[in-house]
Design a protein around this ligand. Structure first.
Ligand SMILES: [Zn+2]
Ligand SMILES: [Zn+2]
Ligand SMILES: [Zn+2]
Ligand SMILES: [Zn+2]
Length: 291
């Protein structure tokens, strides 16, 4: 059986990515498990064996990618009569025509390569953020989505910053000059109407939101609560917004929009200028998690 782990060189490359969304081009270490460790011990040492008694080599991570879409080459893997391979989604999109040699013949499964892919183990994609888990290459996406070390992306879509929860709070205050406000799930709090945007923090779940004020000063204010996928961590939240003592300006049970989800639509509370009194904290906000 062959086993692959990421090399130290690859880990060093990943460490440089801390605080950004760049993808590492690390290499993988190839380990050949010995069937008779005691007899082969001498020869293993001469072949650069490690403490577990296995020989090591390296393989470029890019050879494990589909040559069409550059995504992970996950089983089922198809090949043309000349040996060119493609992942299943590309196989469907290409309508059985090889991307490289344009062979019109149907693809056949490459079971040998599928076996190799199923045995490959790599470090978690979030190793540079502290995760020490080694995961199956073909399940890296599954792990990455639930990994507690996954970085939090900045709530401003045009900003590429991603980091730990604590670092993101610092980034929001220093880079984007945001005021921060902690809140308790389901407990209302109040704000003045003349803020730009406020970084809202729910410390119990390490979740953050942006309370936006995107209206024109001349016509009125448009308030909303937004976030993104990396900050919501697959939890759903609702919020209420209302103007204290003015019943007609009220937004109830609005879902928190995910700025990076194109199917998500933003709901706003619009307050005409004549109702906006800047020095009175009369915007009531209540955010709660859906269990
Ligand atoms: Zn592909
Ligand atoms: Zn081909
Ligand atoms: Zn992880
Ligand atoms: Zn940012």
């Amino acid at each position: 059986m062959e086993k692959y782990t990421r090399s130290k060189r690859g880990q060093a490359a990943a460490t440089k990515c801390s605080g950004s969304k760049s993808k590492s081009k690390s290499k993988l270490k190839v380990e050949h498990a010995s069937t008779a460790p005691s007899e082969a011990a001498g020869s293993q040492k001469s072949r650069n064996s490690n403490d577990t008694g296995v020989d090591t080599g390296s393989i470029a991570l890019r050879v494990l990618e589909c040559i069409v879409c550059f995504g992970p080459l996950l089983p089922p893997i198809y090949q043309c009569q000349n040996g060119h391979v493609a992942c299943h989604p590309c196989y469907e999109k290409l309508r059985h025509i090889c991307h490289t040699c344009e062979s019109l013949l149907s693809y056949a499964r490459n079971l040998a390569l599928e076996n190799v892919m199923e045995s490959v183990m790599i470090s978690c994609p979030h190793a540079s953020f502290g995760c020490e888990e080694t995961v199956a290459y073909i399940k890296q996406q599954e792990h990455a989505e639930k990994c507690t070390f996954a970085p939090f992306s900045c709530l401003f879509p045009d900003c590429n910053y991603a980091a730990s929860f604590k670092e993101l709070i610092i980034h929001a205050t220093i880079k984007h000059h945001l005021l921060t406000r902690s809140f308790v799930d389901g407990s209302p709090f109040y704000e003045f109407l003349d803020f730009q945007s406020i970084f809202l923090i729910h410390h119990e779940t390490n979740t953050c939101f942006l309370l936006r004020n995107s209206g024109e000063i001349a016509s009125g204010r448009a308030f909303s609560v937004v976030s993104n996928r990396s900050c919501l961590r697959r939890t759903n939240w609702l919020y209420d917004l209302s103007l204290v003592d003015v019943l007609e300006f009220r937004l109830c049970d609005a879902p928190v929009e995910q700025l990076d989800n194109q199917s998500s639509s933003e709901t706003i509370l619009f307050v005409p200028q004549k109702y906006c009194t800047p020095l009175v904290d009369n915007l009531r906000i209540c955010i709660r998690k859906i269990s």
